[in-house]
Design a protein around this ligand. Structure first.
Ligand code: HEM
Length: 263
């Protein structure tokens, strides 16, 4: 009893009191509450309630991309096989590795191939990053296609998801265009002839085939102007457009009631 009385007024108790006061002052400050939003376990008087759990999702920049509630089947990997998520992950990987490649590559007929060669032979991790970019591109085409097949198999293209299916078709076309425009950039024989064949085929478009071919080549035949044109499309325009369509795609998944249910 005497010992407890001593502890109550002792230096340890006073320190605890001071700490509690300090915690209270910090947790009541505007700065603290502007960082730790409602629902955070660091807020004063936090309790583990369904409302606070919802707040955590709504108030976090990363979590809020997900809906507050998800259906049980939607989080089952065996349902979606995460193919849409995988396509998105590959797009991020391609963006990061692509930015690395841009540091070492100049899009002119005189420099392009030499830059790629130097990247592989004298840049640290150059060969690895180039291969990650190339294989990532092949895998993205495959994963987007398989994702589309999964959506079709589950009949998820039916109302109310028909608009998102159309957005998906645009995403597939953009993915293919990104792949095709990237193909020319190494400026090797394979790239040159593949693009010559591809643009010749586009030249057979009815009515304005010649004009299409001219616009794509930046001239009458494949050359440095074509390379610059396809480079700008590959690193700037197509990624910019695909990001906009992805944002609409994800937003629509949420608006259409999340992932479609099992058959
Ligand atoms: C860049 C390409 C694409 C990305 C990053 C992407 C991403 C996603 C993601 C993350 C989901 C959530 C569910 C899941 O993972 O399956 C989804 C759902 C969906 N996607 Fe895609 N997608 C792409 C291309 C496509 C294509 C080519 C189509 C069809 C033509 C399509 C149609 C749909 C539809 C209809 C849903 C809703 C599925 C459901 O409710 O079960 N997407 N997409």
């Amino acid at each position: 009893m005497a010992k407890t009385m001593q502890n109550k007024g002792g230096p340890g108790a006073r320190l605890n009191e001071k700490m509690a006061e300090l915690t209270d002052t910090v947790q009541s400050s505007q700065a603290w509450n502007s960082i730790f939003r409602p629902g955070s376990i660091f807020r004063k008087g936090y309790t583990d309630s369904p409302r606070n759990r919802s707040y955590v999702i709504m108030n976090s920049v990363l979590y809020h991309l997900h809906p507050v509630k998800v259906k049980r089947h939607a989080v089952k990997v065996s349902y979606t096989l995460c193919l849409g998520g995988l396509s998105f992950f590959l797009f991020i990987l391609l963006t990061v590795t692509g930015i690395f490649l841009m540091f070492f590559y100049r899009p002119t007929a005189a420099q392009a191939w030499n830059d790629i060669y130097a990247l592989q032979t004298s840049v640290t991790f150059g060969l690895l990053v180039r291969n990650m970019h190339r294989w990532g591109a092949h895998l993205m085409v495959l994963s987007v296609f398989l994702h589309m097949a999964r959506v079709f198999y589950h009949g998820a293209y039916k109302p109310p998801r028909e608009f998102n299916w159309v957005i998906g078709v645009v995403l597939l076309l953009l993915t293919l265009l990104l792949s095709f425009t990237g193909y020319l950039l190494p400026w090797d024989q394979l790239a040159l002839w593949a693009v010559t064949v591809g643009t010749n085929m586009m030249g057979y478009t009815p009515v304005f085939g010649n004009q299409v071919r001219f616009v794509l080549l930046g001239g009458a035949e494949i050359g440095s102007d074509t390379l610059l044109r396809w480079y700008v499309l590959h690193v700037l325009m197509l990624p910019f457009v695909i990001v906009i369509f992805m944002a609409i795609h994800f937003w629509r998944v949420r608006k259409d009631g999340g992932i479609s249910g099992p058959l």
